[in-house]
Design a protein around this ligand. Structure first.
Ligand SMILES: Cc1cc2nc3c(=O)[nH]c(=O)nc-3n(C[C@H](O)[C@H](O)[C@H](O)COP(=O)(O)OP(=O)(O)OC[C@H]3O[C@@H](n4cnc5c(N)ncnc54)[C@H](O)[C@@H]3O)c2cc1C
Ligand code: FES
Length: 337
């Protein structure tokens, strides 16, 4: 058996042991520690963490570390004592297995071109009741009916007693879930979901201003966070940067008008990378908009970042060059590399 030490972002140390053919994720689950994970095959990136000490083999032998050196713990089999630094606080580790629930599709509506709002109604469950209980920023793993295919989707609404779950889904051309949603799914269909899961949540104890940066479908968890802040009449300065490729993608940002009215300290920048002639807003990527913001009078903000890998890397670089410590950046990647 190899000793494993897991060190969380907030400095907690958790010890466990793994057999030579067991992965860190399997050993953790056997010890009652459920780390963020979904695909269990090295593709979603959700379980990635830094191995800072020790030797390991990767199950299947094929996959290398991501450019930032992170290793998928679902493939990582310790071959000696191992130290693993997890990119989330201890609160990101669940001590019970995540529930699987059934829900009925109650609505599917367009949100501009290429995006859909999917609304589900949770079925009452003897153990969990009907309530939709989650923390804004978390996501659910949704299965395509009749298949083994699962995809993660962030919740965009607020926790509620009547079991309503809302998702904002950008349709990826040819994508398995996207095609099922666009062509087959109908109100009344039943879906199996696992969750809520995820550690991308607001640190409400922090006194610092916040910058929320979302690109593409990375806007979804930020919408739930903003709705939560509006619900609590939050007074902390919050700046949202929403990165879109074209103006057409801004349609999903429609709820921001109401939220801005409820949150007097919210400022919003919609950054359009390839605008049409006549666009008067910010032209450039969300990373460019963040650079401009941090170069101004931004204070020392916490940064919440959600988007595809290229945006994540560009934003991290901008923040790093401007001296924002890694501990003040909370992030979630919504697409495998
Ligand atoms: C934690 C987490 C939260 C997520 N939350 C959301 C959300 O709220 N809304 C949402 O729309 N998606 C979200 N995603 C992405 C989602 O899980 C799927 O990856 C996405 O919907 C594509 O699934 P698919 O089956 O349609 O496409 P797939 O069959 O998986 O892929 C088809 C093609 O699309 C490409 N592709 C896949 N995802 C993306 C992407 N995001 N951007 C560009 N190209 C892509 C693939 O590389 C592939 O070429 C989230 C992902 C994670 C890990
Ligand atoms: S659970 Fe490990 S990469 Fe998906």
């Amino acid at each position: 058996m190899s000793e494993i030490t897991l060190i969380t972002r907030d400095g907690a140390k958790l010890g466990l042991a793994a057999a030579p053919t067991e992965t860190v994720l399997e050993a953790a689950e056997a010890a009652g520690l459920f780390l963020p994970a979904m695909c269990h095959e090295g593709s979603c990136g959700l379980c990635a963490a830094q191995v800072t000490q020790g030797d390991y083999a990767l199950r299947g032998g094929a996959r290398e570390a991501a450019p930032d050196g992170a290793i998928p713990l679902c493939l990582c089999m310790p071959q000696s004592a191992l130290t693993v630094e997890l990119p989330y606080p201890q609160s990101g580790i669940s001590h019970h297995s995540v529930p699987t629930r059934m829900a009925e599709i109650s609505g599917i509506s367009q949100a501009g071109s290429g995006a859909v709002i999917l609304t589900l109604a949770l079925r009452p469950d003897p153990e969990f009741g009907t309530a939709a209980d989650f923390t804004p920023g978390q996501y659910m793993e949704v299965s395509i009916p009749g298949t083994e295919i699962k995809r993660a989707y962030s919740l965009t609404n607020l926790p509620n007693w009547d079991g309503t779950l809302e998702f904002l889904i950008r349709l990826q051309p040819g994508g398995a879930f996207s095609t099922w949603l666009a062509q087959t799914a109908r109100p009344g269909d039943m879906l199996s979901l696992r969750g809520p899961v995820g550690r991308f949540v607001l640190d409400e104890t922090s006194p610092r201003p916040r910058v929320l940066v979302g690109g593409g479908c990375g806007f979804a968890p930020l919408l739930s966070m903003l709705r939560h802040l509006a619900d609590f009449q939050d007074m902390q300065p919050t700046h949202l940067i929403f990165g879109a490729n074209t103006e057409a993608e801004l349609a999903v940002a429609a709820p921001l008008e109401d939220l801005a009215a409820q949150l007097p300290n919210l400022t919003v920048c919609c950054a359009v990378w390839h605008p049409e002639a006549g666009w008067e807003g910010f032209s450039g990527t969300a990373a460019d908009a963040l650079a401009q913001y941090l170069d101004g009078d931004a204070g020392q903000p916490d940064i919440y970042l959600c988007g595809p890998p290229r945006l994540m890397e560009a934003v991290m670089r901008v923040a790093n060059e401007r001296g924002v410590p890694a501990a003040r950046i909370y992030s979630e990647q919504v697409q495998a590399r």
